[in-house]
Design a protein around this ligand. Structure first.
Ligand code: FMN
Length: 158
């Protein structure tokens, strides 16, 4: 029995919302973005959310305590930006397009289903990933869209 592979296959059967987590690194002046599905609301008081990000990903070192980041929950038509931010080889093309708007230097995806702006409150490193707890400081929601979902290795529509 290969636990890691069985775990991966079991998770692959589930359906997840697709999000883009984005941040600006004040030291390097670079923008970073990553496609994530491991995003979960944490508490309403205070409003908080958590996201799990691989330590090897390029955005990881830009997410520091008290730094700002955005979570854009993608709309069903936005798989292209998910592919750009979810594919290592396309990392230099992530911001070279029209998908983005910026607020306080941090990018977010235009016309996404919602954008949740956060400040990093806590970081817990565990194994290959870090869990970032964000305090929610702003919310934008678009009532006219359906979410982009991912399951069984492909994008799904509802
Ligand atoms: C639908 C989807 C969901 C993903 N979810 C996560 C996630 O929750 N956490 C994570 O660290 N990587 C996740 N990834 C993988 C990263 O997006 C991918 O490895 C990305 O290339 C890492 O960024 P980097 O190339 O800048 O290092 C996901 C990819 C896809 C396509």
């Amino acid at each position: 029995m290969n636990i890691k592979e069985d775990f991966r296959l079991a998770l692959r059967e589930l359906v997840y919302p697709v999000c883009i987590v984005s941040a600006h690194n004040d030291e390097t002046k670079e923008n970073h973005a990553i496609t994530v599905s491991s995003v979960t609301s944490l508490s309403f008081d205070p409003p908080s959310i958590l996201v799990c990000i691989n330590k090897d990903s390029s955005i990881h070192s830009s997410l520091k305590k008290d730094s700002n980041f955005n979570i854009s929950f993608l709309s069903s038509s936005q798989s292209e930006i998910s592919n750009l931010c979810g594919t290592d080889e396309l990392s230099n093309k992530r911001f070279d397009n029209d998908f983005w708007n910026f607020k306080n230097k941090v990018g977010f995806i235009k016309n996404s289903q919602s954008v949740i702006s956060c400040i990093v409150e806590e970081i817990t490193c565990y194994g290959s990933h870090s869990v970032f707890i964000g305090i929610v400081v702003d919310v934008f929601k678009n009532d006219d869209t359906k979410p982009l979902l991912y399951g069984k290795g492909k994008y799904l529509d509802i």
